[in-house]
Design a protein around this ligand. Sequence first.
Ligand code: PRP
Length: 220
Amino acid sequence: MLTIALPKGRVLRAVAPLLARAGADAQVLLADDRSLVREMPQAGLRFLLLKPDDVPTYVDYGAADLGVCGRDVLLERPTDLYQPLDLGIGRCRMIVAGVVGRAAPVGVPRVATKYPRCAADYFARRGVQAEIVHVQGSVELAPLVGLSDLIVDLVETGATLAQNGLEEREEVARISSVLVANRAAYKLRQDRVGPFIEALRPPRPPESPGDPGARAGAGA
Ligand code: PRP
């Protein structure tokens, strides 16, 4: 059995069709029940459904061979895992946002975020002193009730910002979901891990003969 750690929620819905290419049963993955282990013995696959932040931990300790993980999670908590493939799903951006029309505060801004390390690094790189307030979710609320001046959070469609009267000010990072691999499993189970990764790899666009630029663009 190859064991793969998956984040529950939005990314699971996006990754299920990709995993079907590697032999997984997408219906079993997306079944709306509380079971946290989804086994597919015929395909030799077992999936663990986790909180997104926990995926690197399960893979790092070898409880899973592979995992699907947002770059936001890896930026916030750097690990020693292999990252053999960007899956091109779960695309969003980490941004700084504030209340529409409200000027930057005088003095040290207070910044609410689920990503205290990323936020602190970002403001430090720009030479801006900031006070970071760690919250677990519903981050957009913080500037509306005076907890913070700004937020650092993810934006995908922009609907949550708009519905809460916030606007983007700066981009911190571009985010997507990547495949992560336990280092030992990647080496010792290459016969299983290698083909699984290849099945998930997006097909290369065909190169037109005589087009010297075609190769440079492939895989970008
Ligand atoms: C995420 C993120 C934003 C929202 C952005 O929150 O933290 O709040 O999605 O998406 P949008 O740009 O498409 O509106 P999530 O749904 O994970 O919930 P949370 O607030 O509890 O973290």
